[in-house]
Design a protein around this ligand. Sequence first.
Ligand code: ZN
Length: 136
Amino acid sequence: MKPSHIEHIGIAVKNLEESIKYYEDVLGLECYNVEEVKDQKVKTAFFKVGEVKIELLESTDPEGPIGKYVEKKGEGIHHIAFAVENIEDKLKHAEEKGIRLIDAEPRKGAEGLDIAFLHPKSTFGVLTELCEDKNK
Ligand code: ZN
């Protein structure tokens, strides 16, 4: 698979505004983008730390994936996203290796990336996102 880097770390929060303040005021990072991803029922906020981004996720619907996650497990690290090329091939490769896919086909995520998730039950407990920036 060989990802080039960790594209971002996804963190589930209850309140985007309050958590943005922590990242800005305490960590001194700058929120450069806030975006709603309707498909996933979340509002997202992005920060850059070197090449890696932090993606904060607040649910817009208690029945959405992040809403359910926060309800069950509370706030915290939700997923790790690896940057790959040819995401369709990488998904096929993972499936051939017996990994359970959440997304059999890539879909559009925040920042216009093509994304797909691998199920944490087959990735040792880490919800894993593959993403590809096809706009580059
Ligand atoms: Zn993500």
